[in-house]
Design a binder for this molecule. Sequence first.
Ligand code: MD5
Ligand code: FE
Length: 205
Amino acid sequence: PRLALAPGLLHVPGYLDGAAQVRLRDALRETVRAAPLFTPRMPRTGKPFSVRMTNCGALGWVSDEGGYRYQPTHPVTGAPWPPMPDLVRAAWDDLAAYPHPPEACLVNWYEASAKMGLHQDRDEADLEAPVVSLSLGDTAIFRFGGTERKAPTRSIRLASGDAVVIGGPSRLVFHGIDRILAGSSTLLDAPGRINLTLRRVTPPA
Ligand code: MD5
Ligand code: FE
């Protein structure tokens, strides 16, 4: 089923079946071998995020004292990001309804205690393209509101295999992860959750 949470905000529970979740988990082990998880830091303050990250694809999202940005190389190793797994690319083609390929796949790695505060995703020059999210591992409590921070919010659970598509009038909604329900999945070898966000960064030529 595809559930419309708001105009342009679609939740697809169980988008990846169990076998696809295992394939993606195993592909991400290769991704992390090539591009180790790093701890992003807040602009200006340098306060570390509780979520660790890596990326695959041509561009990756990074954050440090200098700001948020997309760049073609890993901030610690300096190496180019590894390619997106085929399954990730196929999910974009299936869900995005956008006629250009994704350029960035941000991989967020949540330990059981990690969370992500309410924010907007606005570092992409192309805001016509949607963001496609895939979740693996423990269930997360995902909160979303409106395009103004003060708008009321709702929360839903995102479980292993779920997809979310964020586009159209919802592309700039505030959203975050309140908490992880440790032990809700056995897919990963430790409590925690992986979220992938597939994005178009630059307007198509
Ligand atoms: C996560 N990731 O689960 C969250 C939410 C991020 C991020 O917010 O920026 O990496 S995934 C669902 C999502 C992604 C992008 C936008 C919106 C939801 N949204 O506008 O509702 O790690
Ligand atoms: Fe976000």
